[in-house]
Design a protein around this ligand. Structure first.
Ligand code: TTP
Length: 393
């Protein structure tokens, strides 16, 4: 089977983390999302991978090259991001049989994809508490009878998880008209396909859609929590390392530091004297945690340094940020008990009781800066010493 991976989107809800890279190139456990998807697809039985690229697509091509595992990788260009059906249509010339379609920004377990592939034609679904916010899958016994977009009265609690296996005939059904939101959508292709084919709903658990910064944190939390203790780097005799902690070769944990797993300290990263790192946390390559700093439940992308006595919790820090000494990222919650973040101009609840900040690449904070919960700082932003940032600049 061929697997088409959609990786052309702009990832606007993930900004500023997608200012300089496409969303599928954001890392989960140090490996880009799109590579996780491609590897899961190949281990589930895909014999060929076609990646649809667009926004910053060269980065995807450079990273995946011409193969993943035993499967060759080909690329299709989607010039304008006009929707998921349009994206698959861009790959049409490569398609010559039944084909799977997967999102390049989702986390799929290989077992779940294997079940999806075995049940072809099929659609992955998951159960949610409030189906009326999603695309709801209507079933008629064993097969799908319709897909309804955000219905007021959902016929089931099964919602579309955005992964499909289409029959070969779907290749000719990709030219759907624009939906109400102005996109050409795969859900409309599926609604055509079910007229002629029995499509099986396959319920998958453990599926994550990584569309917004706190979802990247969640995906990394899960990844880091699955690692087993491996101390390959330089851990000082007087450091305390408890639980499932991975210290990769070339990483170091200094005297008096405490690392409480699950934590992954990638190669070249250093945890300074007396610093505390609590999991689930990912310290990317060449990150530096200063003397007596505290980091908890966060993702630090490569090259980022946290100054002496700083405190960072529940946060996502882009690449090459420098936090001045005694920077504090507050992680409290709003009045309704969860933290909200501004996404494309709207306040959106993260549904997390605690959430800190999102920093674009290259952010530098002055000493004693305080960042309030839910703040996002754009790429290359700087703050003066001793300021308190309560709203996105
Ligand atoms: P979305 O997450 O809906 O879109 P996006 O990635 O552009 O992000 P945002 O809404 O934040 O701007 O897309 C779902 C998947 O489909 C994702 O993997 C990107 C991919 N996609 C394309 O490849 N081409 C497209 O035209 C669209 C809309 C999405």
């Amino acid at each position: 089977m061929q697997a088409v991976i959609l990786a052309a989107g702009e990832g606007t809800r993930m900004r500023p983390l997608t200012d300089q890279r496409p969303k599928p190139m954001l890392g989960v456990g140090g490996t880009p999302l799109v590579e996780h998807v491609a590897r899961s697809a190949v281990s589930a039985g895909a014999e060929e991978v076609i990646v649809v690229v667009g926004y910053e697509g060269e980065q995807v091509k450079r990273h995946l090259g011409d193969g993943v595992g035993d499967a060759p990788v080909h690329y299709a260009e989607q010039e304008d991001q006009q929707g998921t059906a349009d994206a698959v249509a861009a790959a049409r010339e490569h398609l010559d049989g039944p084909f799977a379609v997967l999102n390049g920004d989702n986390v799929y377990e290989p077992d779940a994809l294997a079940r999806l592939f075995e049940s072809a034609p099929s659609i992955a679904c998951t159960r949610v508490d409030e189906p009326s916010n999603y695309g709801v899958v209507e079933t008629d016994g064993e097969t799908v009878s319709g897909l309804l977009e955000k219905p007021a009265e959902p016929p089931s609690d099964l919602v579309n998880a955005g992964a499909y296996v289409f029959p070969a005939t779907a290749r000719e059904a990709l030219d759907v008209t624009e939906s109400e939101r102005g996109e050409r959508e795969l859900t409309d292709v599926l609604n055509r396909v079910i007229d002629d084919s029995d499509v099986t709903p396959v319920v998958i658990d453990d599926w994550l859609d990584v569309g917004r910064p706190w979802e990247l944190l969640a995906a990394n939390e899960r990844h880091v929590s699955r690692q087993s203790r491996t101390l390959g780097g330089d851990v000082h005799d007087d450091a305390t390392v408890a639980g499932d902690v991975v210290v990769e070769p070339g990483a170091s944990v200094a005297q008096g530091a405490t690392v409480e797993g699950p934590v992954v300290v990638e190669s070249g990263a250093s945890v300074g004297r007396g610093a505390t790192v609590r999991g689930p946390t990912l310290l990317g390559t060449d990150t530096e945690i200063g003397t007596e700093a505290e980091v908890e439940n966060s993702v630090l992308m490569s090259g980022t340094s946290v100054g002496r006595e700083s405190v960072v919790r529940d946060s996502v820090l882009g690449r090459n940020c420098q936090l001045g000494a005694e920077t504090t990222v507050r992680n409290g919650s709003d009045d309704d008990g969860s933290v909200s973040v501004t996404v494309k101009g709207d306040r959106v609840s993260t549904r997390r009781q605690t959430f800190g900040a999102v920093l674009g690449d290259g952010v530098e904070t002055g000493a004693e800066t305080t960042l309030e919960p839910g703040v996002k700082l754009p790429t290359d932003a700087t703050t003066e010493p001793e300021v308190r940032v309560s709203d996105d600049p």
